[in-house]
Design a protein around this ligand. Structure first.
Ligand SMILES: C[S@@+](CC[C@H](N)C(=O)[O-])C[C@H]1O[C@@H](n2cnc3c(N)ncnc32)[C@H](O)[C@@H]1O
Ligand SMILES: Nc1nc2[nH]cc(C(=O)O)c2c(=O)[nH]1
Ligand code: SF4
Ligand SMILES: [Mg+2]
Length: 218
């Protein structure tokens, strides 16, 4: 059984695949926060900008089989256009994503991207893996396509993650958890300046901005 909070067609807004059309499959649940506001401050990850509780979002639901979920996601891709791309996110997708579901996505013609906090092992077959470390949580994934660190995090300094083998290292300025528009978020503006300064001093790191919030697509 797979539990999905919501699924929607949009442009990838973050990292090296920014601007690419994708169906986002947002799995329910996370291992670093239970999603309740009253428990946020005590959670390992306490700045999450996402509601991943339950299965009641747009195109969300409970899916008994990998094929049922893959077919559901396939219907959200525009007919006959380009190479279908699904981004598995959440919540923490690696609590649920398994080799059977990756195989079903491939069978349905998808390339499979994953956004993970890196604390759980990744199944084989993922086409694009993004690891986004959180606070003092141990990262067990040792290689990926991109590291995308939300910045600043006092317990997750960038230096700690340069031994993860990756093609790209990104800093993503921390936004207010509440869903404010990109331009109206003073917390984010100040964090964007800090991330910019860090990238200028340490040029292996690149800046990425949450383009979907700037553009206002989701
Ligand atoms: C909601 S998480 C879900 C996937 C996975 N649990 C993770 O943390 O990578 C998706 C992406 O949003 C980022 N994110 C979450 N809250 C954010 C915030 N307040 N500002 C900027 N990025 C944030 C995460 O770091 C991650 O890269
Ligand atoms: N457009 C868009 N791009 C994204 N990239 C990563 C996201 C996520 O929440 O995992 C995300 C998201 O929520 N929306
Ligand atoms: S950002 Fe990711 S790891 Fe942090 S609470 Fe949200 S879903 Fe969990
Ligand atoms: Mg998001």
């Amino acid at each position: 059984m797979y539990r999905v909070k919501e699924a929607f067609y949009t442009l990838q807004g973050e990292g090296a695949q920014s601007g690419r059309a994708a169906v986002f499959c947002r799995f329910s649940k996370c291992n670093l926060w239970n999603g309740r506001e009253q428990d946020r401050a005590a959670a390992v990850c306490n700045f999450c900008d996402t509601d991943f509780v339950g299965t009641d979002g747009q195109n969300g639901g409970r899916f008994e089989t990998a094929d049922a979920l893959a077919n559901h996601i396939r219907q959200l891709w525009p007919a006959g256009e380009g190479r279908p791309y699904v981004v598995c996110t959440g919540g923490e997708p690696l609590l649920q994503l398994d080799e059977a579901l990756i195989a079903a996505f491939h069978q349905a013609g998808f390339e499979v991207g994953v956004e993970t906090n890196g604390t759980l092992p990744a199944p084989a077959g993922i086409d694009w893996l993004c690891v986004s470390p959180k606070a003092d949580a141990e990262v067990v994934i040792r290689e990926c396509n991109e590291v995308k660190l939300v910045y600043p995090q006092p317990l997750a300094l960038p230096e700690r993650f340069t031994d993860i083998q990756a093609e790209h290292y990104f800093l993503s300025p921390m936004a207010s958890p509440s869903l404010l528009e990109g331009g109206l978020d003073p917390v984010k503006q100040s964090n964007t300046r800090k991330a910019t300064d860090y990238c200028l001093k340490h040029p292996r790191w690149r800046l990425t901005l949450q383009m979907h919030k700037i553009v206002g697509i989701d």
